[in-house]
Each structure stands twice: as structure tokens, then as C-alpha cells.
Design a protein around this ligand. Structure first.
Ligand code: 15L
Length: 264
């Protein structure tokens, strides 16, 4: 296993905080960064630097000597284009330039919203077409494409985790398909860091849910098998629907329904 430090962007976000705790407990040396202050006590072996993803010089400096960049920073929900542009597009470029310079692997928090306009009747393999459901999802598709560019041109490895819904528990019927437990996420990210070689790998970021819409991906390369499941919540959640036909038709759910103006 690489003993080089791991840079984590978005450390102060919900998933960043979970990963900080889990990876520090496993003994990884962590460089944490976020535009917001880190809200928890810093674990042993972790250093936090407040930084804006728009600031390329600082991102390069933070990545110096790192073997892996866990890129969980940026806008994490649907927002107007101008708000997504800086952190999620320019910031991504800064992360990949830093990875190129350091020869580091990038683990990118992609999202199901990069493929959100696929219908729920479809079962998707990881090589399915991008069908973003908003500017946020579009930025995630862009990130995966950028990772491809840096692999083919510079040999920078990436794992793209298309995260479904990573929350303490699933909260509605859709999440019976998309839920990813925090523990499965942490085990997945650890596998991404320690894998011998990843090339560019795409992983469906969901637990072992019987109602999944997702099938083949590159998890065998990482040796990751999810252990948790949303199935135990089916009794209480299967009737929890939105009542909106657009939201219920597509995998991206509520994001598909936002600002939706297409005539039936
Ligand atoms: C995401 O990508 C978001 O970051 C998260 O807040 C949820 O909306 C999730 O997708 C989801 O689709 O449930």
C-alpha cells in the first residue's frame, strides 16, 4: 500500500467527514481541504487547509507528495450553471493538473445524476451513455470525461464512483434502489486507494440493494463488495413516492423534475 499522503477535497461535507473518520482510523495520512471550516476535531494524522477549488496554485501545493486525491469537493446538488462552473469545472481541472504533476490517482465522487435521465425500467452497465439531469450532473459527466483525457494523454489513473444516495439511511422508495451506506462508501474508497492498478474504473456507488438499476462495473479490479443493503427498509419505504410522474419515471428522481419544461 502507498504510504504517501491522501488529499481529500470536500472534507467538511457530509461524505468528507465520514471518510476522514474512517480513513484516519485506518492509519492514512490525510490532507484535508474545503472552502468551509472542518467542523469536527481533527483526527491524528490529519491536517486541514481551507481552500477554494478555484485556486489552482493552492490545490497544486496541497497535492505535493500525495499518492491519491479523493475529489469530493465542489457543488454537491443541482444549482444554477454559474454556481457550478467554478468549483465543479475549473476546480476539476486544478485537481487533474495536480494529479498529473504528482503522478497521483484520482478518486472522483461522480454521481447517478450524470446518468439521471435513464428510465427506471432500464438496467444500466457502467458503459451506458451519459444522460445528465441538470448542470450538477453534467459537471459529473464532464469529470469522468476529463479523467479519461488525463488517462489517455498522461496515464493518470481514476476511479469514478457514481454515488447513488449516500446518507445514514434511505428515506424514500427511490433510495431502496440507490442507497449507499457510509460503511460501504468508506470500504470502497479504501479499496480505491490501495488497489494495485485501476486505469480508469467506473463503480456504481450503491449498497447491495435488490431493487438496484445498475449492473456491470469495474468493482472486481478493486475487490470491493458492498455489505449493506436498503432491502431491510422496504417495508417502511416502498410506498413513499413523490406523486410526480417525471420524478418517478427517471433514475435521477427529483433532479429530473427541477425546472422541467418539456411538453408531454
Ligand atoms: C447526489 O449526487 C447528491 O449529492 C445527493 O445530495 C443526493 O441528491 C443524491 O445525489 C441522490 O440522488 O439521492
Amino acid at each position: 500500500m502507498s504510504t504517501k499522503p491522501v488529499l481529500l477535497t470536500g472534507a467538511s461535507g457530509a461524505l468528507g467527514r465520514q471518510l476522514t473518520r474512517a480513513l484516519a482510523a485506518k492509519g492514512f495520512a490525510l490532507r484535508l481541504t474545503d472552502i468551509a471550516p472542518f467542523p469536527d476535531p481533527l483526527p491524528a494524522g490529519a491536517v486541514f487547509t481551507k481552500a477554494d477549488l478555484n485556486d489552482g496554485v493552492t490545490i497544486l501545493r496541497l497535492a505535493e507528495g500525495c499518492g491519491t486525491i479523493l475529489h469530493f469537493g465542489g457543488v454537491s446538488v443541482e444549482r444554477p450553471f454559474e454556481e457550478v462552473l467554478g468549483p465543479n469545472i475549473r476546480g476539476l481541472y486544478h485537481v487533474y493538473e495536480a494529479a498529473r504533476r504528482e503522478g497521483a490517482r484520482v478518486v472522483f465522487a461522480s454521481s447517478n445524476h450524470s446518468i439521471g435521465f435513464h428510465e427506471r425500467t432500464e438496467t444500466l452497465d457502467a458503459d451506458c451513455s451519459f444522460m445528465p439531469d441538470g448542470y450538477y450532473g453534467l459537471s459529473k459527466a464532464y469529470g469522468e470525461l476529463m479523467g479519461g483525457l488525463y488517462w489517455h494523454k498522461h496515464g493518470v489513473e481514476s476511479v469514478f464512483i457514481r454515488i447513488g444516495s449516500s446518507f445514514p439511511e434511505p428515506v424514500d422508495a427511490r433510495m431502496l434502489s440507490t442507497w449507499l451506506s457510509y460503511a460501504d462508501l468508506a470500504r470502497l474508497v479504501e479499496a480505491c486507494i490501495t488497489a494495485e492498478a485501476t486505469g480508469t474504473s467506473v463503480i456504481w456507488g450503491s449498497s447491495a440493494n435488490a431493487r438496484t438499476w445498475w449492473r456491470k462495473d469495474d468493482r472486481e479490479k478493486l475487490g470491493w463488495v458492498p455489505k449493506d443493503t436498503a432491502d431491510v427498509f422496504a417495508g417502511q419505504l416502498s410506498g413513499k413516492l413523490s406523486g410526480d410522474p417525471v420524478v418517478e419515471r427517471y433514475q435521477g428522481g427529483a433532479y429530473c423534475g427541477m425546472e422541467y419544461t418539456r411538453k408531454a
